[in-house]
Design a protein around this ligand. Structure first.
Ligand code: BGC
Length: 413
């Protein structure tokens, strides 16, 4: 496989999924209420907060130079307007440690978890609440911004909106089309405003090289039959779940039911395209299903590497910028399929003419997989959650070899 010169292979994580700890967040409350399928609790996860040095040493051992991580808002601002300087100092130390090892961070400000006080105020169902989110982003930037130049404002607003407000699966377990659309709209404004804010703050501080995007969850929707109804279903899913959101977040171009509440001018609101890609769904009678006979991961999601390029092309057609795959990975509890999964996805990237510049594998280590808790393993590194022992998997060794080969090829050319 010949990945382009300068291509970067990294790994991704999210704060709530790895850090552990008694944090006053929506996911801690949800786990505490016994809502996680396997009965596990987000307060355990990988205890990364305490195992930071060990985990960074593991990144180093794998040869990782690019690390996507997120900040835990509920730790940083446990009560409204009260910022915890110890938490911010911890993240500063983390970023400094990464820097000392030559590892480039990509920070996501919001990856599905937020403070309980924000939840009590209605969180992202209310445009008015965005001032709290923007205040948090600004405080983090002022404290940490000199140590990181690349950011995602939000992770997968579409996934959070439907899981939490339509399918009733994630906190706050609501089932309302109206609310799901509202939350998507508020997220769009959050991204557009945060994009401008991040650039303004970094400009004022004379920090150069700023790059901002949002991690867009893209999947392939394909009609299960040739019937008009199913083709219409695909158009509807495509537009509501991903394309409408993409146009609004990339360019402030709105089409109903997406509404420009903040009356922001059209323009460019991402500096690169960030895609999280996992799978394809067939659409039959306006419902999602998995293609019969397809190869799937342990959660039953189809493995469909070609879809990665179709999604990348769609985003690139919308706005022709450099592309970063901010997540791609597989729930594979026995690690039998992961190396092959990685190879097949990287092969389609290698053969493509699209400007795909980097790939972050999800996930660095087995972690707390939201509703599935500790039962769904996506990691390159195995974690025994009881003993908190980390062991690099065969796929982790394989990924390390790919990174080393890429570096060799770059130095030879
Ligand atoms: C999310 C991750 C999650 C992964 C696997 C993505 O949608 O960003 O937080 O763990 O998928 O389900």
């Amino acid at each position: 496989m010949h990945l382009p010169k300068g291509f970067r292979l990294g790994v991704a994580t999210a704060s709530a999924q790895i850090e552990g700890g008694e944090v006053a967040s929506n996911w801690n409350a949800f786990s505490g209420a016994g809502r996680i399928k396997d009965g596990s609790h987000v307060a355990r996860a990988n205890r990364h907060w305490e195992h930071l040095a060990e985990d960074v040493a593991l990144l180093e051992e794998l040869g990782i130079k690019d690390y996507r991580m997120s900040l835990e808002w509920a730790r940083i601002e446990p009560s409204a307007g009260v910022f915890d300087e110890t938490a911010l100092a911890h993240y500063r130390a983390e970023l400094e440690l990464l820097k000392s090892k030559g590892i480039r961070p990509l920070i996501t400000f919001y990856h599905f978890s937020h403070p309980l006080w924000f939840e009590a105020l209605g969180s992202f169902t209310k445009t008015d609440n965005l001032r709290f989110f923007l205040r948090y982003v600004e405080r983090c930037l002022l404290r940490l911004g000199d140590l990181c130049d690349t950011y995602c404002t939000l992770n997968e607003p579409n996934v959070y909106a439907v899981q939490a407000y339509l399918f009733k699966l994630w906190p706050p377990e609501r089932s309302s089309v109206r609310l799901a659309v509202k939350v998507m709209n508020v997220f769009i404004t959050a991204h557009l405003e945060a994009y401008s804010l991040i650039h303004r703050v970094r400009r004022e501080q004379a920090w150069s090289g700023t790059r901002v995007s949002f991690a867009h969850h893209m999947r392939i929707f394909e009609a299960a039959t040739t019937r008009f109804r199913d083709r219409q279903g695909v158009r509807l899913f495509d537009f509501l779940f991903q394309d409408g959101l993409m146009r609004a977040c990339y360019k402030a171009e709105f089409r109903w039911p997406f509404i420009n509440h903040a009356r922001l001018p059209q323009g460019q609101y991402v500096d690169f395209i960030a895609i999280n890609y996992y799978t394809r769904d067939l659409i039959r009678n306006f419902k999602q299903e998995v293609k019969a006979g397809s190869v799937t991961n342990d959660l039953g999601w189809e493995i469909y590497p070609e879809g990665l390029l179709q999604c990348a092309k769609k985003c690139h057609d919308c706005l022709p910028l450099d592309i970063v795959i901010t997540e791609n990975g597989i729930c594979d509890n026995t690690d039998r399929q992961r190396s092959d999964y990685i190879d097949r996805h990287l092969e389609v990237i290698a053969l493509s003419s699209l400007p795909i510049k980097a790939y972050y594998h999800w996930c660095f280590m087995d972690n707390f997989e939201w509703l599935e808790g500790e039962s769904a393993r996506f990691g390159l590194v195995h974690c025994d959650f009881e003993t908190q022992t980390r062991t690099i998997k065969a796929s982790g060794r394989h990924y390390a070899e790919l990174i080393a080969a890429l570096e060799d090829a770059d130095t030879q050319n």
